[in-house]
Design a protein around this ligand. Sequence first.
Ligand code: A2P
Length: 331
Amino acid sequence: NHPHVAIVGATGAVGVEMLLCLEQRNFPLSKLKLLASARSAGKKMTFRGEEITVEELTHDSFGDVDIALFSAGGGISLEYGPSAAAAGAVVIDNSSAFRMDADVPLVVPEINPEAAKNRPRGIIANPNCTTIISLMALAPLHAAFGLRSIIASTYQAVSGSGAQGIVELEEQMKAIASDQPFTPKIYPRQIAFNVIPQVDAFTDNGYTKEELKMLNEGRKIMDLPELRVSCTCVRVPVYRSHSVSITAQFERPVDVAAARAAYEGRPGVNVVDDPSAKLFPVPLDTTGKDDCLVGRIRKNLVFDNALDLWVVGDQVRKGAALNAVQIAEIL
Ligand code: A2P
């Protein structure tokens, strides 16, 4: 008997992609329920050639649901996630609401699939998008050399802010092209033709919440409680796919050829790294694709046992929807 699956936030940027991933991967399900706010109730969406009517999310939505994929923001997850779990569904939550809960596993299927088995609250958390993409590049190197610390700068696409991030970039570009005034709404500064060194809210130590996710979630997923991470997260005027520039220090001596070889046979990540042929990954290469791409691998000139690298991945897909659907596949 195939499971009954629900998507909470089905009309959002990640929800739509979840539907697409279930379809493209031929996910074995008996029924798909699409849930969103009252605003979207009655709207029709197509799945495997059939129309499904979006329903309003309520506490009674989960009676016959086996797997509930949540992507409607942290507030909705906190309010409705426990109801879904109490009704017997396994919740796979894309928000940050439960990620650091000791009783909630935080899973990247290529890295720590076994963690998904132990879920006392009936909830499994999907990690932060930038963290997933960075760790897809770092996990094979950890296996080869033993990861000790990460220094990273991110180049994050506007679709990471949901559908409204895309609208804001589009509107600003149009306004600028036609000499019209505009006021930034969701970003603190103009995002068109600019970059903004703030993603998520600032905390007391000067880092943003997004920057601390890489530290805290990275430690939990990799099971490396001593891992040191310092990160600067930057929003860039790219529609889709995040890029991350990483300096990683290791326990053991590193070697570029061995680093490239560490990715061989690893699912979900490929090396695109041939400087002589000007080959390196860019965000447009991974948009709409499953695999993360790694390039610019070189020995760091400052630290011992350290590598510099560049990783790019579709954050709506591997960074969110695909990772959640892969977790459902483990179940
Ligand atoms: P809706 O389209 O009805 O507002 P995004 O991340 O792209 O902004 O999408 C957010 C998703 O979360 C949308 O599917 C949105 O539905 C859904 N959502 C927002 N608020 C609620 C709510 N109060 N109840 C249920 N779903 C919600």
